[in-house]
Design a binder for this molecule. Structure first.
Ligand SMILES: [Zn+2]
Length: 178
């Protein structure tokens, strides 16, 4: 505390330099400056309360700055994440399968980076890529609840009626005579 009083008595501008953002702190510095600019040097009783308040303001400003920096970092991170996600989503385009289902598919220009695949449109709306897995005819989304969304790809060939002969053994159990 004494160092600050001495510093302010000698150079009232010294502390003001770092406090441009804290108007209250600057007001206090102005008061201190006014005190030190009087022909008569200020006594400790006059300076002490102002210096104490100034210290508090500096601490508050530092804390506020730290919080702001923290928030700024969070915003930056969120912006980065959003951009990354958007880039990921932009790699897909809406496409209609041969069976008339609408799904997202990887754009041609990315075909070298990843094998051809399709994504669930419902999940895509929620900014999530869930790759559809399944046979060539049907692929359910394994992320949607209870696989509730199934997408149809290549149409199934006309189901041929297969005649099956009922072949049941009606033989009765054998009992060995004793
Ligand atoms: Zn889905």
């Amino acid at each position: 505390m004494i160092d600050i009083i001495e510093m302010l008595t000698r150079d009232p501008n010294a502390l003001g330099q770092g406090l441009r953002h804290a108007s209250t702190a600057l007001d206090i510095v102005k008061k201190l400056k006014a005190l030190t600019e009087r022909p008569k040097l200020p006594n400790r009783e006059e300076l002490q309360p102002l210096v104490t308040e100034l210290m508090q303001q500096i601490m508050d400003t530092k804390l506020a700055n730290m919080e702001l920096q923290e928030q700024l970092l969070q915003f930056k991170q969120a912006a980065l994440d959003t951009e990354k996600l958007q880039n990921k989503l932009d790699r897909y385009e809406l496409w209609e399968t041969a069976s008339g289902s609408l799904v997202y598919r990887l754009k041609e220009e990315h075909a070298k980076e990843q094998p051809k695949h399709y994504a669930c449109p419902k999940c895509y709306e929620n900014a999530h890529i869930s790759i559809l897995q399944g046979g060539q005819h049907e692929k359910p989304c394994r992320v949607c609840e209870k696989f509730s969304n199934v997408y149809f790809f290549e149409p199934k060939p006309e189901a041929k009626r297969v005649k099956r002969t009922l072949n049941v053994d009606f033989g009765s159990p054998h009992f060995n005579d004793t």
